[in-house]
Design a protein around this ligand. Structure first.
Ligand code: NOJ
Length: 550
């Protein structure tokens, strides 16, 4: 079964697309069980359409024991019964396609869930069996093999190996419920091609590839390491665990499959690699695009933003692809909050050396008004750039991160297994507020699987739809305008005062951003949209404006 409404070309529709990320469990709940579902998403199809987005990307909705929010997949070709059915998935594709919205699904190829049938078979099979060869099993060290095969930590905690009842150990770069596949095994490769074909045949237009840089590993000798910070990852392809050159051979075979469809299926790599190593993931004979997280990790200052933009436009030119911009996703602190927390690594996975997140999350004293101003300005700037932009559900409402979720209600393994070194990602995964009050603020008629704060209603869609100056209204205006304005993938920098940044796109479309804490005079031109009111030719602090140059 597949969607009857297919969207045709152009084949390069993705180059400057706006893709809206849906975290299905937290978007909209149709059956009052506190967990968002596919029918809930379908019920919001008109809302999605009102955003003038080009595509939605669904984080995993597959059967999962939820050891890592669904990134522990038990069956790659099915839907978690708590979220829906395959028929409902087809309905969702149809509802999106009818509105001209394409759909991406998330593929998690580095590891499965320990509930996956292959891993269950591996556990029941002897050492050295074909069933175990799909994963990375090794004997332990020590007299009775009681020590792990090597000293390896995982992304989410101290152990990278876990022992099975018969005494062997298996490798997992994430939780112990996420065993890593052995990608040197042709069966693994074939099975993923089958999965990609399965969803492509169902009308899926694109794929987001989870930890795309981890599949190929050099396990001889077995790697030992105690950290996964990018700073320790080798940046020349010689790292034993990440970003090895051979991984691109896998994606070339995927590309062949993608190109059998009309229009070709597209893919974007999630690869937290050293920036200069990113282009091959985006090459047109590989996945075709790779997330560029450099604005997301950038300091709020004109010089840094400009450097990031220049560098990534150059990378895009190297590959013939377009770059992707991201300010928020399900793994990082929402940008309203992030842009006013002290500089450091707090926005991403790791806590900083002072552990700001752990110390301050219950009493953060953050200037969220400034955070919202910066976030809106950052988004308006991002949306004016050449390339594609990825939005994360709820950012159009200007939601801050929910920092005060009680520790015992957290779900993120990174939080409770990370020994205080990692922040929790639950604060950006709290179910969306659709209504100002009532049961789970309109998320559903039941509860909400993560607690929503009392102030959530003020941010709800219903409230913001009535306010022409709301964040939602700004997103809608900007996204609709972008569709009309977007042209060739080039920009010209314009001179601008200290603490500001200005560039022009074809069609005399100018974006002017004020990173400073003082109002600044805007360049001459007709104001098209601005993140804060322009009065007497002055753009307030921490704001951005789009102009048409006369
Ligand atoms: C990246 C995903 O975005 C994240 O949520 C997940 O925990 C890891 N990959 C492991 O799959």
């Amino acid at each position: 079964m597949s969607s009857s409404v297919q969207l045709s070309g152009p084949a390069d529709w993705w180059r400057q697309a706006v893709v809206y990320q849906i975290y299905p469990r937290s978007f909209s709940d149709s059956n009052a069980d506190g967990i968002g579902d596919l029918k809930g998403i379908i019920s919001k199809a008109d809302y999605l359409s009102s955003l003038s987005i080009d595509a939605v990307w669904l984080s995993p909705f597959y059967p999962s024991a939820l050891a890592d929010g669904g990134y522990d997949v038990a069956d790659y070709r099915d839907v978690d019964p708590r979220i829906g059915t395959l028929e409902q998935f087809d309905d969702l594709v149809e509802a999106m396609h009818q509105r001209g919205i394409r759909i991406f699904v998330d593929i998690v190829p580095n590891h499965s869930s320990d509930q996956h049938i292959w891993f269950q078979q591996a556990l029941r099979s002897p050492r050295g069996s074909a069933e175990r060869a799909r994963y990375i099993f090794r004997d332990g060290r020590g007299v009775d093999g009681e020590l792990p095969p090597s000293d390896l930590s995982s992304h989410f905690g101290p152990e990278g190996w876990t022992r099975t009842p018969d005494g062997q150990w298996y490798l997992h770069l994430f939780t112990k419920e996420q065993p890593d596949f052995d990608w040197s095994n042709p069966e693994v490769r074939e099975d993923f091609l089958k999965t990609l074909k399965f969803w492509s045949d169902r009308g899926v237009d694109g794929f987001r590839i989870d930890v795309a840089h981890a599949l190929i590993k050099d396990l001889d000798p077995l790697p030992s390491r105690s950290s996964y910070d990018l700073e320790v990852m080798k940046d020349d392809g010689s790292d034993p665990l990440f970003d090895r050159d051979e991984v691109h051979e896998v994606y070339k075979t995927w590309r062949k499959l993608f190109n059998e469809y009309d229009p070709p299926r597209v893919a974007v790599a999630e690869a937290w690699v050293h920036p200069h190593r990113r282009p091959p993931y985006a090459s047109l004979d590989g996945l075709g695009q790779a997330f560029n997280f450099d604005l997301l990790t950038a300091k709020w200052e004109a010089r840094t933003f400009r450097q990031v933009i220049d560098k990534n436009l150059q990378f895009a030119q190297q590959t013939g692809s377009s770059t992707t911009w991201v300010m928020s996703n399900h793994d990082v602190i929402r940008h309203v909050t992030r842009l006013v927390i002290p500089a450091g690594k707090d926005g991403v996975t790791f806590a900083d050396e002072n552990n700001w997140y752990v110390k301050n999350r219950l009493d953060p004293k953050l200037d969220l008004e400034k955070g919202l101003a910066r976030a809106k300005a950052a988004t308006l700037t991002m949306l004016a750039l050449p390339g594609s932009s990825y939005l994360y559900q709820g950012e159009e409402l200007g939601l801050p991160d929910v920092l005060d979720i009680p520790s015992e209600q957290m779900q993120d393994p990174q939080w409770f297994r990370g020994e205080g070194k990692f922040k929790s990602r639950d604060g950006c995964r709290v179910p969306l507020p659709w209504e100002p009050s009532g049961s789970s603020f309109g998320f559903g008629a039941g509860g909400s699987h993560l607690p929503q704060p009392s102030w959530f209603g003020e941010y709800s869609v219903v409230v913001q739809e009535q306010q022409p100056e709301s964040t939602l209204s700004l997103y809608r205006r900007a996204l609709a305008l972008r569709k009309q304005l977007q042209g060739e993938e080039v920009l010209n920098w314009l001179e601008s005062p200290q603490g500001t940044m200005a560039f022009e796109r074809p069609g005399s479309w100018v974006c002017f951003t004020n990173f400073s804490d003082e109002p600044v005079a805007i360049p001459a031109g007709e104001v098209l949209v601005s993140s804060a009111p322009v009065t007497a030719g002055l753009l307030p602090a921490n704001s951005a404006v789009w102009l048409r140059r006369n």
